[in-house]
Design a protein around this ligand. Structure first.
Ligand code: DGL
Length: 262
């Protein structure tokens, strides 16, 4: 079982930001990544639809032999992870906006959260932000339109410039000193975001924390692969494999990117 892969899914290419952290923290672990780009964005869908898509992805990852599942999508985590944990017998790791560390560190007592509609409207998000953000102004902003542009590879487009300006400028006016990225696609926008944010604003996401948690839970379940083998790194998309490959061009370790109908 220990040599079985870690299964990871997202609504598209965004969860590769989490995959990168997992691979960095556990270089001998084999991984299977599913990019459900055909159904992106999840953030505009109902809770029921997000649960259904998360079940579909989980079942495929389990059929492919995954020993645990990382839900590398804030929207799927906040809407579906309870259902997944109740339904399947493997450990699940999810990702949520890192409000807690931002709220604890903020000197200005103001933090921004950029996330999808599905995440910001979820019960789990309401609970987390309520728990940790007492006395802190939390400027919540839906990132409507950002995921579809990233999924088309249009990071440097004028449409992206206009959306980032619209979403980030009010946060600057609100004097935030932390911007929490509540969607795994958004780390790909950090360079673009810098055009709108003063240097004093720190941008944080939860990818590295998820990788640490993944390692901890694997150890706890005695599922960590302790053999220093060359891992199998497989990536599947149900849309454009050229696009997914372009988001992995910095990955030097041998890996496979393929189209799959799922
Ligand atoms: N990467 C997903 C997340 O973290 C994007 C959601 C979407 O497809 O709207 O929320």
């Amino acid at each position: 079982m220990n040599k079985q892969p870690i299964g990871i899914f997202d609504s598209g290419v965004g969860g590769t930001t989490v995959w990168r952290e997992i691979h960095k923290a556990m270089p001998y672990e084999s991984t299977i990544y599913l990019a459900d780009s055909r159904n992106a964005p999840y953030g505009e869908r109902s809770k029921e639809a997000i649960v259904e898509l998360s079940v579909k992805n989980t079942e495929l990852l389990l059929e492919m032999g995954s020993k645990m599942i990382v839900v590398a999508c804030n929207t799927a985590t906040t809407n579906a992870i309870d259902h997944l944990r109740r339904t399947y017998d493997v450990p699940f790791i999810g990702i949520e906006p890192a409000i807690k560390p931002a709220a604890l560190k903020s000197s200005n007592k103001a933090v921004g959260v950029l996330a999808t509609k599905g995440t910001l409207s979820s019960d789990l998000f309401a609970k987390t932000s309520g728990n940790y953000a007492g006395g802190i102004k939390v400027v919540e902003q839906m990132g409507e339109g950002l995921v579809p542009l990233i999924e088309k590879g249009l990071i440097d487009s004028d449409e992206m410039t206009a959306l980032l300006d619209r979403y980030l400028s009010p946060m600057v006016t609100a004097n935030i000193d932390y911007l929490v990225l509540g969607c795994t696609h958004y780390p790909y926008l950090i360079q673009r975001m810098r055009e709108f944010l003063p240097e004093s604003v720190a941008i944080i996401d939860s990818g590295a924390a998820v990788a640490r948690r993944t390692k901890f839970v694997l150890e706890e379940h005695e599922l960590l692969n302790t053999v220093k083998n060359t891992p199998e790194l497989r990536f599947y998309t149900n849309a454009d494999e050229v696009l997914l490959r372009s988001f992995l061009k910095d990955v030097s370790q041998e890996h496979v990117v393929e189209y799959k109908d799922f």
